[in-house]
Design a protein around this ligand. Sequence first.
Ligand SMILES: Cc1ncc(COP(=O)(O)O)c(C=O)c1O
Ligand SMILES: N[C@@H](CCCC[NH3+])C(=O)O
Length: 437
Amino acid sequence: MKLQGNMEINEQGQLEIAGHNLVDIAEEYGSPLYILDEEEIRTNCRAYREAFEKFYPNSMTLYASKAFLSLAMARIIDQEGLGLDVVSGGELYTALKANVAADKIYFHGNNKTLEELDMALEAEINAFVVDNRYELDMLNQMAGKKDMIADILIRVTPGIEAHTHSYIQTGQTDSKFGLGIQNGLALEAIKEAKELENINLKGIHCHIGSQIFKLESFAKAVDVMLEFVEDVKEEAGVILEELNLGGGIGIPYTDAEEKPDIEEYAKIVAESITAKCEELDIPLPKVINEPGRSIIATAGSTLYTVGSIKEIPGIRKYVAVDGGMTDNIRPALYEAEYEAILVNKADQAEEELVTITGKCCESGDILIRDIQLPQAEAGDLLLISCTGAYGYSMSSNYNGITRPGVLLLSENSIDWAVKPQSYEDLIANDVVAERLK
Ligand SMILES: Cc1ncc(COP(=O)(O)O)c(C=O)c1O
Ligand SMILES: N[C@@H](CCCC[NH3+])C(=O)O
């Protein structure tokens, strides 16, 4: 397994993160456990900030909260000078509770409820990324009642099919998100927005998908989006000042994948915008980008304890751990691949081929199919790397399994970003049971 962030193998052949021995961490905090390497989060944030400052200063990077959000995470993001993209009342609530300034928050979602729109209006967030005509009308009415003007971007689908798993492609015309450029729906919405009294249209947004390795896909999106900006100017007389290009840079989950470079991404985006604006003779827009995965994925890993081991002669050896699809749904949902290491045998030769399974009652609960590891035994500690994005945030209580805690590690501190759930937490909301006693 490639060592990520501040991982190191110590003299006893055990894995450490930010100088903390994970064997000791498991003893003190138990397993399964999500671990976050704070310095790695900050490094990734800085990489975006510095790259855009260098190549396109009129820009803002928002962290896509859906990848992982907690109060501590929101504070780290804020301290590093990034804004936040939220997609629900819950994420907005967390961001506000963490004291993130409202004008650094953008609100996404294809079906924001009226309560959520109201909450965001009251908070005076920077902008709504309006996904459809219904939302546009509701927002206009609600802002009108409050005597407010809602700043918005309109989410459009540029008709680009990014090279990624179909479940996480979002830029194509046949998508539940946004309004199509090619079929004219986006332009119609813009013409309507222009006429609405309580709406201020600042710009447009697109997100072509997630886990994208080909940086040219973003350049393609820039071209389509700016051609649309030009059309909007001609056809509706509206100057769109803000261009939000979404998130999506991939990260290498396995050694076989190569890391797209954040600086290279910013450079490609900046160069394509500058060239296209010059060609179309339109003003340079303010650029927003919203990375999630590439900020938090490599900073996170999951620590498990090995339990049962079953060998089916001539077929497969299953090594089961004390978590599974409840803490990481991505292998089951997207056939996502991961790498792992035996923490307490980190310097030993990888001598057997095994399959890592979880403990859920599902045959599909396999975390890693076919991985070379040192000889595993019950009680060994297994760490799966790069689980920081969409691990905890997509976790569930299936099979009555409690959500593991998220431990934030830095050189000088260890503390819970989120405490582990208890069995009591599982039944805390079962109110009617009282009557059935
Ligand atoms: C609108 C939007 N912005 C940003 C992101 C973050 O994407 P990623 O985590 O791939 O950077 C997503 C998720 O795919 C998204 O849907
Ligand atoms: N949850 C997805 C990506 C995010 C999709 C959000 N638009 C994943 O784990 O890869």
